[in-house]
Design a protein around this ligand. Sequence first.
Ligand code: MG
Length: 445
Amino acid sequence: MFGTSGIRGRVSEEITPELFFRIGSAIGKDVVVGRDTRKTSFMLESALIAGILCSGHDVSSVGIAPTPTVALAAKKRKEYGAVITASHNPPEYNGLKIVDGLGKEISREEERRISALAEKGVYYASYEKVGDFEVVDNAVDEHIDTALSFVDVEKIEKKKPLVVIDCGNGAGSVITPYVLRKAGCRVLSVNSEVSGYFNRQLEPTENSLQEMRSVVVSSGADIGIGHDGDADRAVAVDERGEMIGLDRQLALMCRRVLRNSSGKIITTVEASLCVREAVEDAGGKIEITPVGSVRIAERLLEKGGIFGGEPCGEYIFPNEILVPDGVLTALKLVEMVCEEGKASKLKSEIRAYPIKREKYPCRKKEEAMEKIVSEIEVFEGEVNREDGIRIDEDGWWMLIRPSGTEPVIRLTCEAKDKKKLEEIFGKADRIVRRCCLESGGAGGG
Ligand code: MG
């Protein structure tokens, strides 16, 4: 049932009210429940709530709210939290994320426990033991106050930056325009009304943020920010309406965090050279985990890291909460521009290097990966085997990793100069291509 980030699938196919009813009854804890703005979210939320109540546990319902808002409310109450959302996936999808009383996504073992119980059937408590239901109407206000306490509001108020926010008609619509205004920004909102439908694709990309980018230019704004559907991501564009770039944005945030504190920065095997450089230049240490914000959160807890980020725009500020918080990230990006200068100038301070990506069809991914790992040893460098294989050497790195959702293996190479990139990419490409072909390729045989 659970994938790399909770439960996800197509509504009325993998995702049904019946499934959510079973899962609700299997959680076995009091739960803070929230949902994103999808038309199907209320239906699934109702089923989940019925399941929780009928198993004899209480529900605190926060209504429409971003994932970090629900996680924060759960942490505050030391209860589990559940969010009905499919994050950046298209409208026909929906899903569920569950967090524990620390505000961190639940562990794999806990997911397995819940799945096993849900498969067994539903536990019906006797009528006098059925859970209590309460509406919580201040979770968004709590999140606003908490997020504001992590930035220098005075500095933002003094600059009164003009900010364009694009919530993609997702859950961020109920909080981010308001928290920015409260911080002293002048705010223009794009796609920030809640209708159950979406004016743009929910993944914040150069393409999906086109409308927001043109409003940034025409209004003369200082920065534009776009969320995904559950507002755990925030992606910025500069005052010219151009993307800062996901790698550069992460590098800038790492640099900024390290200005005010010291400690470990956690990122994933997908992080690019500019992130490592920014951290090392600022005197910090970087540690790499498998892909997924859950893995970053676990490593942050384990190592006492000060910041964790994935290149997709999901950043965890562990003193606040252990899930990515796009709302706080938006505030932090605005604060950065107020304090450090124009967004385009900041962008130019981070050097981006040439990068090459390829994907190879492969039916037997595990078998192919085994062959690749033994052959790829021709490359010397620091090897990380936590998620696929990553090799780091002075001036370049590569990652070979099976896709979590498709029958393909992906190769990524980045190097400081183009010649080196061509050389390592060419060599790796030949190995991966052959191993994938030997392990079934695209199929048919
Ligand atoms: Mg998301």
